[in-house]
Design a protein around this ligand. Sequence first.
Ligand SMILES: N[C@@H](CCC(=O)N[C@@H](CS)C(=O)NCC(=O)O)C(=O)O
Length: 212
Amino acid sequence: MLTLYDYLPSQNAWKVRQLLQHLERPYRTEFVSIFEGEGRIEAYRRISPTGTVPAIRRDDGRVLAESNAILTYLADGTNYLPQDAFSRAKVMQWLSFEQERVESQIGALRHWTLTGKLTRRSAEMIEGKHAASLKSLVLLDAEATRSFIAGDGYTIADIAIFAYGSRAEEAGLSLQPYPNVRAWIARVEAQPGFLAEMHPYSIDPHSVKELG
Ligand SMILES: N[C@@H](CCC(=O)N[C@@H](CS)C(=O)NCC(=O)O)C(=O)O
């Protein structure tokens, strides 16, 4: 059975949990306490070179890290990832957008906000993340006039962007100015098998620590 290396408050890991739920694919979980340094131990680095979650292990022992790589692998041959080369590349386009402009901007600001780290960051750093996050939301709002991010169908691009995009308000970024983003969020939430369960950082007393 597939193993998911997980940390419950991780929205990167939520992406994988969400897809596995859509696919109704059974899996077992191994928790990695990232703020206690479990991601840094050598044995885990052999699974995830950057020490991050999520990662997966197949029955044959092969391992894979990076949320969007995992989504791409698991979605292959399903409706969540188109087969034709162009549509597939469109999904990849939005997965790249997600990593550069959603996860590392909105996601990072949300992490700092929810774990009390804003006070340990310079005003310049916070302002940089804030400005980049707003730019991403403006871009998303212009794109979210379609049914789904990569086209007419719901794909792993929606799952990936939803993970942190839908949580922007937890980073202090109001979604009120972005009606198309809000309507897209509602369309994603209406998908059969939507995984509403997300976990706050507050369940982990160690999340106030800096990542090593
Ligand atoms: N680009 C990676 C980012 C993964 C990531 O940063 N995961 C966080 C949890 S949301 C983590 O494990 N952080 C631990 C660390 O950076 O050491 C992905 O999409 O999987």
